[in-house]
Ligand binder design. Structure first.
Ligand code: SF4
Length: 394
């Protein structure tokens, strides 16, 4: 007699990033979550011709309208139907902190009351002359909290709370451009370097990417959108399979497995060798390079031996290196590298045939690490008795 086969037990889950992060369901069916195709289908469902969906998409993302009342080219009756289909949801800016260099860090409240943050960075920075002003870079969040647990990061301390929806990601862009009165046509760069690991929320990040790059709306250039990962190799492989996708950056920060595993737990699963293999098989377009971000800490990551290891890592695939001198803040326990050492490392990397630049962090006087503004707001929240007290993070 055949022995009935036992059902296979599910694969063990060892790491928080192996589990799908919780999703927000309350907004998922509303117009603010739809791409142009979805809006065309919605308008047809409401008994209108499909091109009305294009008009709605244009209003939402080219004109950045935030109320159905602004859609005056649509009949009152249709606006009422759209209102019933769902409100236009844009994350609310609840706190903004301006930096001396002209950048502004914003805290956003989402529909369920959770908070994330983003940064608006105009170029040139305040006090620097440039021939073509008007460019802006927006740093976006992709999750509430983060599963990756990097030890240097305020967001990592929160753990993962949930994914942002595509509409919430796009909504950060709309909210920041509106708050800063950005004129249509001015170049906009987007970097996913705020709260969360974007490759742990890849589907929603890619859905937002499609909305943001659609020529009928904001029409941002895919080349101006960069996703920065802590080294989630399965996410790198999955993003590489999309025919159209953002640029890729890696937050490297260490050149030995021993040190990287200490500060970035993901390295214990995908070490530097498996990371460089993933980047070497990532399907780059002609002329495209992976950006490597490397923070220089004096006496920790800035030795010439670090420089040589960094060069060997970066030579395995088309890359460009951003050296980021650490900007010291109270209690960090780290110091920035000397200018001589920065120069020596640049020379070493350039001699190895690599493209290298030194990036001075923007907005460092307003918060030293991503997630710090939101954590600060939550910790400073007043308790019921009116006194300031630490509040449990969600
Ligand atoms: S540095 Fe990025 S990936 Fe690491 S915990 Fe912070 S938000 Fe997550």
């Amino acid at each position: 007699m055949a022995i009935p086969s036992q059902p296979r037990p599910p694969a063990p889950v060892d790491n928080p990033w192996d589990r799908a992060a919780p999703e927000l369901s309350i907004l998922s069916a509303g117009p603010s979550e739809m791409d142009r195709k979805g809006l065309r289908a919605l308008l047809e469902h409401l008994g209108e011709p499909a091109f009305r969906g294009d008009q709605v998409f244009e209003g939402l993302y080219r004109h950045r309208w935030t109320s159905w009342d602004q859609f005056t080219q649509l009949s009152k009756g249709l606006r009422t139907k759209l209102e019933a289909a769902g409100p236009i949801f844009i994350p609310e800016i609840t706190e903004s902190v301006a930096s001396e260099d002209g950048s502004t860090k914003h805290a956003f409240r989402l529909a369920d009351g959770k908070q994330v943050e983003g940064v608006h960075m105009p170029y040139p920075p305040r006090g620097v002359h440039a021939p073509a002003p008007g460019r802006v870079t927006l740093c976006l969040s992709s999750q509430v909290g983060c599963a990756m647990g990097c030890t240097f990061c305020a967001t990592g301390l929160m753990g993962i709370v949930r994914n942002l929806s595509a509409g919430e990601i796009v909504g950060q862009v709309v909210a920041m451009l509106n708050a800063h009165d950005h004129q249509e046509g001015g170049p906009v760069n987007l970097v996913f370097m705020g709260m969360g690991e974007p490759l742990h929320n890849l589907e929603n990040v890619m859905a937002a990417f499609r909305i943001l790059t659609d020529p009928g709306g904001m029409a941002l250039s895919p080349r101006r959108i960069t996703v920065s990962t802590s080294g989630l190799v399965n996410g790198i492989d999955r993003m590489g399979a999309y025919p159209k996708r953002p640029r890729l950056a890696l937050s490297l920060n260490a050149t030995t497995d021993e040190y990287r595993s200490r500060i970035m737990p993901v390295n214990r699963v995908w070490n530097l060798d498996s990371l460089s293999e993933a980047l070497a098989r990532f399907p780059l377009e002609k002329g495209e390079r992976v950006t490597l971000e490397y923070v220089l800490l004096q006496g920790v990551t800035d030795s010439l031996e670090d420089g040589r290891r960094l060069a060997r890592f970066a030579q395995r695939f088309p890359s460009k290196i951003n050296l980021i001198p650490f900007n010291p803040h109270e209690g960090s326990g780290f110091e920035p590298p000397t200018e001589e050492r920065i120069g020596a490392l640049c020379q070493l990397l350039a001699k190895a045939g690599l493209i290298v630049s030194v990036r001075r962090s923007r907005g460092q006087d307003v918060a030293a690490a991503c997630g710090q503004l939101v954590r600060g707001l939550q910790v400073a929240a007043k308790g019921p008795g009116g006194s300031h007290r630490a509040k449990r993070l969600p």
